[in-house]
Ligand binder design. Structure first.
Ligand code: NDP
Length: 419
């Protein structure tokens, strides 16, 4: 019997909420709260009668700590699932601390306004000291560790697929397959086709910021940063086929570098088609990816927000997207003194996801782990006071839950390696 407050009602949240309703013996009371209440009401109406979970809805501005505290006090949840945007991570963590409630999210903090001078001063210092220049990093949320520990509360960070399941795969490899992991390659392949020349399959603003940033990887104890999309490889993915993939900076590299003892190299690759890359470069060159407001006919507009309004809503891609995703990790290392390789991954079919939850596989592969992570916290299996990323926690019950709720693992002990 648990009460869960879900903040956000976009593509990922709506999958997570529908999956929570499949486990309504655990998720007995759900409150869906977001900026646009009509979306929460529409989802709740669709679910009533199909689940025994008691579903209510609310309107909340999650940038406003006061509003969040009021909502949390009125609903008294056991857990707050933040599936809004990374911009709201800190305000929601503050409200959870004020109300004594556990917290989880699917992406680490990044500010909405990257021109804010106070944030920029910290950011520029971090770029110099740490050696990577992505707008997002864990330092802001790791700064809450002591407060969560003292309050006896758990904050679970980044519990989607990547970050999230990829780190559980690392913890699983370390626990069962290796004495020493030397290298980790995280491979994120989306073999889906939605038929548009250009669309992003999750929030466009967050997605475009991520892929237009310089790439980086961890090697021999430090970051190596490279120009965006300058390292390209081809890989033959199970059930998808050959795809071009590009090295990106990705948030889980930062925590894995700290939590996988002795790891020598961690890289992250994502597949992109040529049409996506050409459109992105063009939009970037003309300034459409900028977050700095410009004055247009007497209005202030933020180019990337305007672009978001023009692009297809990721939630609308579900019926059009065909094909599969394949996301996983390839490891090299040693077991019992012998060299070893191991690949663990999930393959997910866009149309099967759509039939089940009316979303494509990118929302599905994020929403299911969010629900399974929530289940770990509600059943006491991952409750360690403090602020934690997924690889710090026992992977076994989580991977079993993923197998059961729609994201089963596949394995290979002789995978092709990425050079
Ligand atoms: P969407 O843009 O589809 O949904 C975001 C939701 O948050 C919307 O319902 C939006 O409301 C709501 N929201 C935004 N701002 C506020 C606010 N100030 N107050 C209250 N609600 C707000 O995003 P996605 O569902 O695609 O992504 C959700 C999260 O998942 C993001 O953090 C994203 O980075 C993360 N993600 C993680 C992945 C992983 O593998 N770990 C992969 C993909 C995404 P409204 O409807 O009014 O706009």
């Amino acid at each position: 019997m648990s009460r869960v407050l879900v903040i956000g009602c976009g593509g990922v949240a709506s999958t997570a909420i529908q999956k929570c309703c499949q486990a309504d013996d655990i998720f007995t009371d759900l409150c869906i709260a977001s900026r646009t209440r009509a979306k929460c009401d529409a989802l709740a109406a669709r679910l009533r009668g199909r689940t025994s979970a008691n579903i209510t809805t609310a309107q909340v501005d999650a940038d406003n700590v006061g509003q969040l505290i009021e909502l949390i006090r009125s609903f008294s949840p056991d857990l707050v699932m933040n599936i809004a945007l990374p911009y709201q991570d800190l305000t929601i963590m503050d409200a959870c601390l004020a109300c004594g409630v556990n917290y989880m999210d699917t992406a680490n903090y990044e500010p909405e306004d990257t021109d804010d001078p106070a944030w920029r001063a910290v950011y520029e210092k971090r770029c110099k000291e740490a050696g990577f220049s992505a707008y997002f990093d864990y330092s802001w949320q790791w700064a809450y560790r002591e407060r969560f520990e003292k309050a006896g509360l758990t904050a679970l960070l980044g519990c989607g697929f990547d970050p999230g399941v990829t780190q559980a795969y690392c913890a699983y490899a370390l626990k069962h397959e290796f004495d020493q992991i030397d290298t980790i390659d995280i491979l994120d392949c989306n073999g889906g086709d939605h038929g548009y020349p250009f669309a992003t399959n999750f929030n466009p603003e967050v997605n475009l910021r991520e892929v237009s940033a310089p790439g980086s990887y961890w090697e021999n104890g430090h970051w190596i940063e490279i120009p965006a999309m300058s390292i390209k490889r081809e890989y033959d993915f199970d059930q998808v086929g050959r795809k071009d993939m590009y090295l990106l900076h990705h948030e889980e590299i930062e925590s894995l570098a700290q939590n996988i003892p002795g790891v020598k190299r961690i890289r992250f690759f994502m597949t992109f088609g040529q049409s996506y890359l050409t459109h992105m470069k063009c939009l970037e060159n003309v300034g459409m990816l900028s977050t700095t407001p410009v004055s247009f006919e007497g209005h202030e507009i933020v180019p990337i927000k305007f672009l978001k309004a023009l692009l297809p809503d990721p939630a609308s891609l579900g019926p059009r997207t065909h094909g599969k995703t394949n996301i996983g990790c390839i490891f090299t290392g040693q077991k019992n003194g012998q060299p070893k390789t191991y690949y663990i991954y999930n393959v997910c079919d866009h149309q099967e996801c759509y039939r089940e939850v009316q979303s494509q596989a990118v929302s599905y592969t994020t929403g299911v782990p969010a629900m399974c992570g929530a289940m770990m916290l509600l059943t006491g299996r991952w409750n360690i006071p403090g602020v934690h990323t997924v690889e710090e926690l026992d992977p076994d019950p989580f991977l079993e839950a993923l197998d059961r709720y729609g994201l089963p693992r596949s394995e290979s002990r002789s995978p092709a390696l990425v050079d």
